[in-house]
Design a binder for this molecule. Structure first.
Ligand SMILES: Cc1cc2nc3c(=O)[nH]c(=O)nc-3n(C[C@H](O)[C@H](O)[C@H](O)COP(=O)(O)O)c2cc1C
Length: 186
């Protein structure tokens, strides 16, 4: 797949089965993430990869977050929350590891860099025939989840990227009119 086709055709895949990327394919995915634009080469990112029972540990963290928010939460809700990370054989949490007070590289730039790394992961997965979907949801912003994943005060959890083998066909990609978004100063 040539680069422009990839950029134009990437789409999210919510239905994901085994196998997850592994070996050289997975390494290629991380290498794509690590090529994200990065002002002053701060490498403002960290990735936590969940597979196998690691996904159940993540589900436990979600359940703990629910319980802390509402100690009366029902067992049914907790059981359903625990299953959320099982929707794909692999999840990569993308964390913006922000260094405060770097002259010329404000927090926003560092978070954007980590976002670009996330996009790199989606693109590299798609390029190799894997499916991927970026999800956040309330747990991405939950202090219990942040603590469990070792985020520091300045860090942001910018998403959980679900990865695996597509469980269906990629949806057709809509072509947008660039004139709706581009203002041209000539
Ligand atoms: C930061 C971020 C967080 C997202 N969180 C969710 C989410 O929690 N649930 C969801 O259904 N889609 C979420 N999305 C959107 C999907 O990943 C996806 O981009 C969207 O469904 C459009 O599909 P497409 O990527 O094929 O265009 C998020 C996207 C971004 C960039």
């Amino acid at each position: 797949m040539d680069a422009l086709t990839l950029l134009h055709q990437r789409s999210s895949m919510g239905k994901l089965g085994a196998p997850a990327p592994a070996g050289e394919s997975l390494e290629a995915i991380y290498q794509a993430a690590l090529r994200a634009p990065d002002h002053k080469e701060l490498r403002p990112w960290r990735f936590v990869e969940f597979t196998g029972e690691g996904r159940e540990r993540l589900g436990e963290l979600y359940a703990e977050a629910e319980f802390q928010a509402d100690p009366d939460v029902s067992d049914t809700v907790l059981a359903s929350v625990r299953k959320k990370p099982l929707r794909a054989p692999m999840i990569i949490a993308v964390i913006a590891r922000v260094t405060p007070d770097v002259p010329g590289v404000p927090r926003l730039e560092q978070v954007l860099s980590a976002g670009c790394a996330g996009h790199g992961i989606l693109l590299a997965a798609h390029a190799q025939g894997f499916g991927a979907m970026w999800r956040s949801g309330k747990y991405a912003f939950d202090p219990v989840v942040h603590k469990g994943l070792g985020l520091k005060d300045d860090d942001e959890l910018i998403g959980f990227l679900y990865l695996g083998t597509p469980g269906g066909r990629n949806k057709p990609v809509a072509r947008h009119d660039t004139d709706d978004f581009v203002e041209r100063w000539r």
